[in-house]
Design a protein around this ligand. Sequence first.
Ligand SMILES: [Zn+2]
Length: 527
Amino acid sequence: MKKALMSKKYFYVTTPIYYVNDLPHIGHAYTTIAADVLARFKRMDGFETFFLTGTDEHGSKVEQTAQKNNEQPIELANRVVQRFQNLWKKLLITHDDFIRTTEERHKKVVTHMIKTVLDQGDIYLGNYEDWYCTPCETFWTKTQLDNKGRCPECHREVQKLKEESYFFKMSKYEAPLIDYINKNPHFIEPESRRNEILSFIKEGLRDLSISRTTVTWGVPMPQTDKTNFPHIVYIWFDALLNYVSGLGYFDNKDRFQKFWPEAIHLIGKDILRHHTIYWPTFLMALGLPLPKKIFAHGWWTHEGEKMSKSKGNFIEPEALIDEYGVDPLRYFVLREIPFGSDGDFSNSALIGRINSDLADDYGNLLNRTITMTLKYQEGKVLKPSSITPIDQELVEKYTSMRISYKKNMDDIAFHKALTALWEAIRFTNKYIDSNEPWKLSKDESKKERLNDVLGFTLEAIRIASVLISPFMPQTAGKALSALGIQGFSCGTAKEKGIDALCGFWENQKEFKVQKTDPLFKKYEISL
Ligand SMILES: [Zn+2]
């Protein structure tokens, strides 16, 4: 125990940096909520945590859109960045830093890293000729195109492009990368994505074009005397380097030392290759250790349909927050489907979760317990002086739940952590039902037992609320203050860790409860 307190533990989590040519939608919110929940969980579990998000602001698409709008690319970026930042505020996101690829602190890292790899001979000048998808900013070989000869990712038209380009010797790192993935089975998750990437690499890695002469909005390639064309660093190399520049590679070396390579990169499955091939091979070339894990989550459909600009059926997180509140949304997206699988978003599914899991199970548990404590005990309950077998069963239920919760959170299996938590909450409701405090209250000789039953219930609610807090920080705070515990926040680091926070009667000596409004509103499902 002492040793665990003494040796510092570090945790670094990232979202992808979001492209400013997009407006924020549920997909962005999903990854960012997941990263926030992990960051809050780790902070509460005694880890020094760093959570990074940001925006990807260079590239030809931004240049073109800005031109159409008659504005400078940086003006476009500034506008969209504001929208992302406002949404993160509404979603209660607790990132420690926000990196923009147009910032000096980022650009100088890109220049330095490219120059390092150039100087050691892993980057060379050549000619590129292949099929280019402008919306995806990606070159494809003929065999990679879909059966209509279009982009395999977005299925739009591609153009044959030939240009002088710098190449990164990615092929050189093919064998080391395969070896690394084999030796580190949790490096790429879920397992299906790992297998997909392994078989892709085994087909052979080609050297990668890492500069463009057709783009001007980006970081210039470091000067070389071999070419007369100005080259701009390929947007993916520019973007991926945010994970080290945002951590402070140059401007906060202490932070960088502490947190690299503890990184867990959460990404959408559409950018898997960039993160599991380009990024690790480039780090190998730089001689930097690889991140701990790259976890690719699935995509949401909306009422059974793929979301797209043309259908105009993108889910706007702001509207959902206004309608249902931020906490129910945060809970729903991580409870409804396993992180890593695809899932469908429907209002009826969201309402179903709010009404049953949130209002009926958790909200009602708090409400009935507070009401009884006020009615029978004038709001005050003391730490029980004895423990019966049925109380012991409740304590054991919570101990096994806590173990399962922690393991599943560390495995990024949010839905399983929440399932375990909700089983314990439902068990607590049954505990009340079988102990019938309303009967105990009528019998003067059962006064002590009444105190103890309400005490164990309140302690169970306290523990459940602490573990709910990474998912629903506002609700957990409200529930805890109704129990007389003010100012609890999982947004700040806890010294002790979850086990110490969640032991029955380890810190709690009594409860003084206060009347509170219902935690959740119930909704009718409109068909
Ligand atoms: Zn495409």
